[in-house]
Design a binder for this molecule. Structure first.
Ligand code: ADP
Ligand code: MG
Length: 182
């Protein structure tokens, strides 16, 4: 049972010790892949395997359909993207470390930003509010500009408030108005 819902964005996480919290929080994790994996197969199957892995490690609260998106930046190949909601009592830096460990286990090597990657796992939102520490900002700084993140997020959590009165659905509508094709 969750201590907080996505709609309680004004609430703050309780006191922290050693990277863990006294209460479970909800995390929205963006999943992306644009390179095949030797065992799992093509990007949509990689994303599917990553969702299963997040379920195994954290317990999945919900996940979006897997969407296909055209390549962006220097990435070259098309992406498969999805959003997973997971529960955890890890605080955000510990959660990001675990996600980076999963990326490595899926064969990701650090390289060019935006370059091709077997698996990308980003912390998009968490129910503890805003977080800023070395190498980690939550909400994810690119959230409002990334249709490939907002689109799957809308399907699992349209009413999650991101900043002030604006929720995920508002951000998606705003981006769609700016860039009608995507
Ligand atoms: P991107 O995910 O933007 O395509 P990377 O996966 O290479 O690019 O991430 C680059 C760095 O961004 C990470 O090493 C991480 O330290 C930092 N970062 C800052 N905020 C976040 C966040 N909310 N989720 C994931 N990474 C983040
Ligand atoms: Mg990333």
């Amino acid at each position: 049972m969750l201590g907080l819902t996505p709609f309680d964005c004004a609430l703050r996480a309780p006191l922290r010790t050693n990277g863990t919290l006294s209460q479970s929080q909800l995390y929205a994790i963006a999943i992306g892949s644009n390179r095949p994996h030797g065992r799992y197969g093509r990007p949509p199957q990689v994303v599917e395997a990553a969702i299963a892995r997040l379920d195994q490690d954290f317990g999945l609260f919900d996940s979006s359909p897997i969407l296909l998106n055209p390549a962006h930046g220097a990435a070259g190949r098309d992406f498969a993207n999805a959003m997973a909601l997971v529960e955890s009592s890890l605080e955000p830096p510990s959660m990001l470390s675990r996600l980076k460990q999963i990326e490595r286990e899926f064969g990701r090597r650090r390289g060019r930003r935006w370059g091709p990657r077997v698996l990308d796992l980003d912390v998009v939102l968490w129910s503890g509010g805003d977080w800023r520490s070395h190498g980690l900002t939550v909400p994810h700084p690119q959230l409002e500009r990334r249709g490939f993140v907002l689109q799957p997020l809308v399907s699992v959590s349209p009413c999650w408030r991101v900043c002030g009165a604006l929720n995920v659905r508002h951000l998606a509508h705003r981006l769609a108005r700016k860039r009608p094709r995507g």
